[in-house]
Design a protein around this ligand. Structure first.
Ligand code: CIR
Length: 255
């Protein structure tokens, strides 16, 4: 049974980092209900939830994905690109040794897990404002000796690589071409493009054969369904106001 590491929504959630979105009021109670339903959806796919302790002074703590990259053999605890988020890694670094040997990213490297898309033995790393070259190289130094191919991918107009592209089935990517200046590195994959009117629709969480997906993207959902993919929908309206989506709220550890 895979572990899904999550973390409760902090009382200070409304003070989250925002890069591409204007700040809007967040209904904290609704956000917490959404997060609970998200955890239930993870459980329904067969995951066991491991909840890190709440960190009410760290507004973005819910977005655990950015604090670790977990491979089959090893886990890299990151150094998040936003300074306000650096202390989030402590709880992740304390939890991961139960399942993996842990390597910690070092200064001057920065990397957000939201920039890391792993598909089999291939790892795509977004060239974003959060992940610098030193961070990319530290991930590469950990993963390439293990047989992974690690490649930097330019992005434009979005926060992380996985805002622009995620896997929705073996060999199939869901992506927003408007946020990916070049699709060359994805040659050989089947591609489903988001509806152009739904730019935030490319983030999906693939667990086994189940896709957890945000409701609110009906036209892209239709494209997925026509491609034979029927996602399990979750409501993340409040979490999206913090520039989060479905992959960001968990770190999956396969056992
Ligand atoms: C941030 O800007 O860091 C948070 N407000 C949102 C992080 C979302 N994380 C992710 O997509 N992996």
């Amino acid at each position: 049974m895979p572990i899904a590491i999550t973390r409760p929504i902090s009382d200070s959630f409304a003070s989250c980092q925002l890069t591409h979105l204007a700040r809007q009021p967040i209904d904290l109670a609704l956000a917490r209900r959404e997060h609970e339903a998200y955890e239930r959806a993870l459980e329904a796919t067969g995951c066991e939830i491991h909840r890190l302790p709440a960190a009410h002074d760290l507004p973005d703590a819910i977005f655990v994905e950015d604090t670790a990259v977990v491979l089959e053999e090893v886990a890299l605890v990151t150094r998040p690109g936003a300074e306000s988020r650096r202390a989030e890694v402590e709880a992740m670094a304390a939890a991961l040794p139960s399942w993996r040997a842990v390597v910690a990213m070092e200064e001057p490297g920065t990397l957000d897990g939201g920039d890391v898309l792993r598909v089999g033995r291939r790892i795509f790393v977004g060239d974003s404002g959060r992940t610098n070259q030193a961070g990319f190289e530290q991930l590469r130094a950990v993963a390439e000796p293990l047989g992974y191919r690690v490649r930097r991918v330019p992005i434009a107009g979005c926060l992380h690589l996985k805002s622009a592209v995620t896997a929705v089935a073996a060999g199939t990517l869901l992506l927003n071409p408007a946020w990916l200046p070049s699709l060359d590195c994805f040659a050989g994959f089947d591609v489903i493009a988001v509806d152009p009117g739904e730019p935030h629709a490319a983030n999906a969480l693939l667990l086994g054969e189940t896709v957890i997906y945000a409701s609110g993207f009906p036209r892209t959902l239709d494209r997925l369904q026509r491609g034979g993919i029927t996602p399990r929908l979750v409501e993340v309206s409040e979490i999206a106001k913090a520039e989060g989506a479905v992959t960001c709220c968990s770190v999956i550890v396969q056992r």
